[in-house]
Write a protein that binds this ligand. Structure first.
Ligand code: GLY
Length: 397
């Protein structure tokens, strides 16, 4: 039976379909490419699983110069990223195999919550168990994270007002603090939210404030390492370890800063950190050495630009940080989202993809001056890539 043109049902159905079409017009298949890419990497991660059975000595990290897989032990700063990727992808599409593998890696990783000799507890424990908690609400993971926060707090020196980063090279530094350490503060903020104990928050706030004051130059680029006198808190030197020179802007360090101050603003709601995140973004994205595809060279002042390696890890950290910054403050959201989209879309080019198990992206740089991990896939580039794609999806823009 056909509906008559004059029938109210006909007009009702017409209005309904018109509304759907106009919705699709206003929101032009916005997340299609994101979902397509997430599905691609999800499928790859599931396919690659059998190559990476949980093992305390073999957390995937990067490739050796001969192309073979380079794994690390659970104590490495990068050990949390592979389980973190598995948890994020399990969270994306409930998959028992991914969950089982992430749990398996977690069994070998858990002991790191007690390691007082490192500041990388956030990278190791929060990037893994934090995503595990997000996906499962398993209370054991919360307890592991809280223990790690306690351990990290033990590295705080009240005379300096900062958390000590490295214990190595005691002949070179007395109390080194590296820009990367901002990333470990998220776990401290979370510990205060979960326990109501403000001591974690105070440590994180002090560390964030003094890093803003002491690590940054007037142009809002940052030093990699600031060394303090542990008894007086006086600054002894400002240098680099992984950058091109002491005065240069090491790309991943700038990315840690943008992501770090965005997260710190989310946790503190203190506008000085929001303003600072904007200033860092301005510095990075107006830099004359930023390539057109927004995948930075490994250092903005690398000596042979444009004949220098890109650092995809810096790009994925930036994309994820920018998406959150756009979400927290709408004032420059359009611009930041367009930068993040450009990064994420460009990373889908064949040039940046890899089929090597278990990686998604290539062309990252770990530490060029130290001749390690130059132009290779690195697990943390993939971790922040997955995070950025998931943020893109969940922010619904
Ligand atoms: N956290 C060490 C690095 O960024 O290479």
């Amino acid at each position: 039976m056909f509906l008559k043109f004059t029938s109210p049902v006909f007009y009702g159905l017409g209005t309904f379909f018109a509304l759907i079409l106009s919705f699709l017009w206003i929101h032009p298949v916005k997340s299609n490419w994101v979902e397509k890419e997430l599905n691609r990497i999800y499928d790859k991660a599931v396919r690659d699983l059998p190559n990476h059975a949980p093992d305390s000595l073999n957390f995937p990290r990067t490739l050796n110069v001969n192309g073979s897989l380079m794994n690390t032990h659970s104590g490495s700063w990068t050990s949390g990223f592979y389980p973190g990727i598995l948890w994020q992808l399990h969270d994306y599409k409930n998959n028992s195999k991914l969950k089982e593998a992430a749990e398996g890696w977690g069994k070998y990783l858990e002991k790191e919550k007690l390691d007082k000799k490192t500041h990388d507890l956030g990278f190791k424990i929060y990037c893994s168990f934090g995503n595990g908690y997000q996906a499962t609400k398993n209370e054991n993971y919360k307890a592991i994270i809280l223990q790690a926060a306690k351990t990290l707090s033990s590295r705080y020196n009240p005379k300096v007002g900062l958390i000590r980063s490295w214990d190595h090279h005691k002949d070179v530094w007395d109390f080194p603090v590296i820009i990367d350490n901002l990333m470990n503060l998220e776990m401290l903020f979370r510990a205060t939210t979960w326990t109501g104990d403000s001591s974690y928050y105070k440590i994180a706030y002090s560390h964030a404030f003094l890093t803003m004051k002491n690590h940054y130059r007037p142009d809002i680029s940052c030093f990699h390492v600031v060394d303090y006198n542990p008894n007086t808190g006086a600054i002894q030197k400002k240098v680099t370890h992984q950058g091109a020179s002491d005065a240069s802007a090491w790309a991943r360090g700038q990315a840690w800063g943008l992501y770090g101050y965005t997260m710190i603003y989310r946790e503190t709601k203190d506008p000085q950190f929001l303003n600072f995140a904007h200033k860092i973004a301005d510095y990075i994205f107006s830099h004359p050495n930023m390539p057109a595809d927004l995948i930075p060279y490994w250092d903005f002042n690398a000596p042979n630009i444009p004949n220098e390696e890109r650092d995809v890890s810096a790009a994925t950290i930036l994309a994820s940080g920018l998406l959150e910054l756009a979400e927290l403050d709408k004032s420059k959201a359009k611009k930041y989202r367009s930068y993040a989209d450009k990064i994420l879309e460009n990373l889908q080019n064949e040039k940046y993809r890899t089929n090597q198990s278990p990686f998604f992206l290539q062309h990252s740089v770990g530490g060029k001056p130290n001749k390690v991990e130059i132009d290779v896939p690195i697990i943390y580039a993939d971790y922040y890539y997955v995070e950025a794609l998931k943020r893109k999806l969940s922010y619904k823009r």
